[in-house]
Design a protein around this ligand. Structure first.
Ligand code: APR
Ligand code: MG
Length: 279
């Protein structure tokens, strides 16, 4: 890729591109997002992604998950509604009405169902984010509406067949090639997350720190991105802004405590402070 098409993404970029909220807005203005996440063994992934979405300003959130997961998390996420066994129902071709964007993957460990659910979502004219359990090596038909993938290097290795070492030594080039060839937005996570767009451009995130090196931080990012896909017109900057804000929350938290002692659920607690300073 032409490195002239690439730039760093910082707080000024967020301030410039994140849209203002209208006085005359209502929950419908900010869209309904569908989150297919969480399994009985990983209920927290649905909670963390759900908190990420809610705190980033989504209008309404529907979580497709099991009754067990829903009853485990709902007292910490009273704003969400639930679509019981949404993964199974989506895999059979059903979908809740009025969805503006969908995210699938955190805490999912049923590859066959996930594949079928992706096939269903693929046909709908809404931005689709795939993370974690939704990231596999498979073929995708061409799609007009934006597709966003958020692999960590291990997942990108699984998708591409390249080793983690190969990926880490050439992150920009490999993410960009994949984005161009598959017409997807590739968020290749890690220190200085790389965001590659299908048009050959890209940005490198400048926020974040090693307090994010803990299970569940990627799930939180998925939820934050889902909210921005529902609320922002420009998908390219929406994705970059989500990645930046996620890292900026981590930077805010370590001002007051050692990174080791940070729990991931705290990330979205400081998002309000971060946003207030930036906007
Ligand atoms: N500096 C900056 N950012 C970091 C650092 C670091 N040292 N370490 C991690 N991060 C950020 C990444 O950029 C990314 O945004 O933290 C997030 C980690 O995301 P994941 O690797 O997806 O972590 P996690 O939430 O634990 O994933 C949960 O999904 O990816 C699967 O196998 C994973 O089952 C697990 C689940
Ligand atoms: Mg993850």
């Amino acid at each position: 890729p032409h490195t002239s098409n690439w730039k760093l993404w910082d707080g000024n970029d967020v301030a410039r591109t994140l849209s203002d909220r209208s006085t005359f807005s209502h929950k419908g203005s900010f869209g309904t997002g569908l989150l297919l996440a969480g399994s009985d063994e990983m209920p927290g992934s649905a909670l963390l992604a759900g908190l990420g979405a809610m705190k980033t300003g989504i209008g309404k959130l529907v979580i497709g998950t099991s009754k067990f997961v829903a009853s485990t998390i709902s007292n910490r996420l009273p704003e969400a509604t639930y679509w019981f066994d949404g993964l199974q129902r989506c895999a059979k071709g059903h979908l809740v009405k009025g969805i503006r964007a969908a995210a699938i993957g955190p805490g999912l460990n049923a590859p066959y169902l996930v594949e079928e659910a992706i096939n269903c979502l693929w046909e709908r004219d809404i931005p689709l984010l795939m993370d974690a359990g939704a990231l596999t090596e498979r073929e995708y038909a061409p799609r007009e509406t934006p597709v966003i993938i958020t692999p960590h290097p291990g997942e990108f290795s699984r998708m591409t067949g390249k080793t983690v070492e190969e990926i880490q030594s050439d992150r920009i080039k490999l993410a960009s090639e994949y984005a161009i060839n598959h017409r997807m937005i590739v968020v290749l996570k890690g220190t200085y997350t790389v965001i590659a767009y299908p048009d050959g451009t890209g940005v490198i995130n400048t926020s974040g720190n090693h307090c994010l090196a803990k299970g569940g931080s990627g799930d939180t990012l998925t939820g934050m991105l889902l909210a921005l896909l529902c609320t922002e017109e420009d998908i390219k900057s929406a994705v970059a802004n989500g990645v930046y804000l996620h890292g900026a929350c981590a930077d805010e938290i370590v001002k007051n405590k050692d990174a080791r002692a940070v729990s991931i659920g705290e990330l979205t607690d400081v998002l309000g402070t971060v946003l207030q300073r930036i906007k």
